[in-house]
Design a protein around this ligand. Structure first.
Ligand code: TLP
Length: 367
């Protein structure tokens, strides 16, 4: 479905960087082609709906996802929070996975902006099923808040880039809809799912009422995300985008890079997935580090580092001293994320640094 990018291009992009940055796929820098397109972009005032490049990007995103409309937003957080606002009323509950981004990393904004309470559910590998959710739904009562929305995340970031199987996703949507509940998908990395499974994003996400996806992660754009859904929802979403300060005026310069990310970015993701598996297999050999390579399906590795005798802050600091950047998650986990700007060779170097910090010599894996 998507073709791959030559390894030489990836090596070229990363060759100049002195550090190996595995903190996130958000750190990718715009390519020369993106910078050229940004320079040349036709722009207008998007609050008036007059930026031709943003309009083109929104139209293209809607087409790719098989939806009526799309809304360009500055960040994934804003896209998710507009969706929550669109689907809920104050005083309701939103069901999401316990490690979900909407709950943990969006500044309590669902409470702040939409006045809703998260009802979290823990699921193995972050993969919620209808079985998990059905006992959590609440309808009208004079005692407890009603459920207003089911919010899912695919891939699941904190669970290690895991994929919700399409049939599990469909079963949740069908049952939620039968119960009168909308479903929002935080698909920040939905193209990673698409590439890993060989299924088009339109098909994967068809049953969700709204989908947010990011241009600024593995797809490589410097900024920007899109919310897709019905024309009515996106039209109302524009109001909330403005209210949140997301009326960006001549932001066609960002949309120009976004269009390239949308058209070409997916082709590059299989390389990130292969690099993540390469990292996982080698890290699993290092004593003190626990990771099951079979569970690494996309570009995120969540390693349990409790057995190293160091907390994650100390590991991150020691890695950074040797120019490898990776974020700690809680005291006992380190997250590594592969992306456009790290090559296979750099992954091999990172493995050696991790091994050295853990006091072992890494087996030099075949690059
Ligand atoms: N994730 C970032 C951090 O916020 C953790 C990262 O480095 O992975 N949904 C998901 C699943 C995400 O992973 C993120 C960003 C967002 C939404 C928000 O996107 P932005 O950063 O554009 O607001």
């Amino acid at each position: 479905m998507y073709t791959s990018v030559p390894q030489s291009e990836i090596e070229q992009r990363s060759a100049t960087a002195g550090v190996i940055d595995l903190r996130s796929d958000t750190v990718t820098k715009p390519s020369p082609e993106m910078r050229r397109a940004m320079f040349e972009a036709e722009v207008g005032d998007d609050v008036y709906g007059e930026d031709p490049t943003i309009n083109r990007l929104e139209k293209r995103a809607a087409e790719i996802f098989g939806r009526e409309a799309a809304l360009f937003v500055p960040s994934g957080t804003m896209g998710n929070q507009i969706a929550i606002k669109l689907h809920t009323q104050h005083g309701q509950e939103v069901i999401c996975e316990e490690r979900g981004h909407v709950f943990n990393y969006e500044m309590a904004m669902m409470a702040h902006f939409s006045g809703v309470l998260p009802r979290t559910v823990w699921a193995e590998d972050g993969i919620l099923t209808w079985q998990h959710l059905k006992s959590k739904l609440k309808s009208k009562s004079y005692h407890a808040a009603k459920t207003g929305l089911v919010s899912l995340e695919n891939t699941h970031n904190l669970a290690g880039g895991t994929i919700t199987p399409p049939e599990v996703f469909a079963e949740i949507c069908d049952n939620a809809h039968a119960a009168g509940l909308p479903v929002h998908l935080d698909g920040a990395r939905i193209f990673n799912v698409s590439v890993a499974l060989g299924i088009l994003v339109a098909e994967l996400t068809a049953k969700a009422d709204t989908v947010m996806f990011c241009l600024s992660k593995g797809l490589g754009a410097p900024a920007g995300s899109l919310l897709v859904g019905s024309a009515e929802l996106m039209d109302r979403g524009r109001l909330y985008r403005k209210a949140l300060g997301g009326g960006m005026r001549q932001a066609g310069i960002l949309a120009a890079a976004g269009l390239i990310a949308l058209e070409q970015g997916p082709q590059k993701l299989n390389q990130d997935h292969a690099n993540a598996r390469f990292l996982a297999e080698a890290l699993a050999q290092i004593s003190g580090i626990k990771i099951d390579p079979a569970k690494v399906q996309t570009n995120i590795l969540m390693c349990d580092t409790a057995g190293t005798g160091m907390n994650s802050g100390e590991i991150s600091r020691r890695l950074a001293e040797r120019k490898v950047l990776a974020n700690g998650v809680g005291a006992e986990h380190i997250r590594f994320v592969t992306h456009l700007d790290v090559s296979r060779e750099q992954c091999a170097q990172a493995i050696e640094v991790v091994a050295a910090i853990c006091g072992v010599k890494a087996q030099r894996a075949t690059v």
